[in-house]
Design a protein around this ligand. Structure first.
Ligand SMILES: [Zn+2]
Length: 345
């Protein structure tokens, strides 16, 4: 009840204020986010209790069960080998070695926290706690990597991947003595997102932080151009009650709320309150950090997006930027995961 009250009052305020803003440039900045399908959305972010950690130590700490999404079979992989395949699949191997080390520790920690949490299998792949796809975290075997990148890539980069994983062997991330679930994403667009705004669940170590040095990220800023008809058709198709037309679409879309990091949280379309995430999905946007701009002169809609992914946890491009600016893997992880420690498994 209280929430509805808040939304209504926000909508009212926006209704009064926004039209004056829109009339000029028709620039409004809607709401929300997710990863290039890292598949972490809607997943709870628990911590693993110490008692549960003991169970893991008694069992397969050296091996990890992974459901291979290609062969549809469960593979029992030595954890450090698995981590190498994740680092190679999840981060460009040309990245700075300190960024690769940070990725190795995040990947290892994520795998262990999932293995404990879904020790009886994940609901989406019941025979293993992890899969080899972006649903969990991407993993590629050495053979697959050679098929994809060629032998030269193996010659040039596999040693670097091994170095990143071997020099951080057994290292994992803890918060208050408990293993964390370290989410990560491609790039944030300048500031990461608080987990509560994406997963509706608070996490003390997944707070919004500044993410400088991301300028090299290929999707740091992206523009999608649509005709007004395309834009309206998409929204009407998804939200039929809205019945938007070319003459009224500007009045029917209002920004309701942005998160503190600037992502679109709520947007009102013809009176319906919609999550920024739904708009992201509908238009296939890189993130929920977007602006919708109508250019009257050319009669086109531009959707400008910053960052790529859900924005929670470590930004991979930000990690590489920090590493290139002299930061260590430890400094990178401590920057993106608030209040954490790095320790042995
Ligand atoms: Zn999975």
């Amino acid at each position: 009840m209280r929430r509805i009250g808040i939304y209504m009052s926000v909508v009212l305020i926006i209704t009064i204020i926004v039209p004056t803003v829109i009339v000029k440039t028709i620039k409004f900045v809607p709401i929300t986010n997710s990863v290039e399908g890292k598949g972490f959305e809607n997943k709870r972010l628990p911590v693993v209790r110490k008692s549960e950690q003991k169970i893991l130590q008694n069992e397969d700490i050296q091996y990890i069960k992974v459901f291979n999404i290609k062969s549809k079979e469960v593979e029992n992989l030595p954890i450090e080998e698995y981590v190498k395949g994740v680092v190679a699949a999840e981060m460009p191997a040309r990245f700075h070695i300190e960024a690769l080390k940070a990725q190795a520790i995040a990947a290892r920690t994520y795998a262990i926290s999932r293995s404990i949490r879904f020790s009886d299998g994940h609901p989406d792949h019941k025979d293993a706690p992890l899969c080899s796809g972006v649903h969990c975290q991407a993993y590629l075997s050495l053979e697959q990597l050679e098929d994809i990148h060629g032998k030269d890539w193996i010659d040039n980069y596999w040693g670097k991947i091994e170095e990143a994983v071997d020099t951080t062997k057994s290292m994992v991330i803890y918060y208050n003595g408990e293993i964390i679930e370290p989410l990560y994403h491609s790039s944030s667009g300048g500031m990461t997102e608080d987990a509560i705004n994406v997963f509706a669940m608070d996490s003390p170590y997944l707070k919004a932080v500044k993410s400088p040095y991301e300028e090299d990220a290929p999707k740091y800023r992206d523009i999608m151009t649509l005709t007004v008809e395309e834009f309206i058709d998409k929204l009407n198709g998804k939200f039929p009650k809205v019945k938007m037309t070319k003459t009224d679409f500007l009045e029917k879309i209002k920004l309701v709320e942005r998160t503190d990091s600037g992502r679109i949280k709520k947007i009102a379309i013809g009176g319906e309150i919609i999550d920024g995430r739904e708009i992201r999905e509908l238009f296939g946007l890189n993130s929920t950090n977007f602006n919708i701009i109508y250019d009257k002169n050319i009669d086109l809609i531009e959707i400008e997006t910053y960052g790529n992914g859900h924005g929670v946890g470590m930004s991979q491009w930000g990690a590489n930027g920090m590493a290139k600016n002299g930061k260590s893997f430890e400094e990178i992880l401590k920057h993106y995961y608030s209040g954490i420690d790095i320790g042995e498994m």
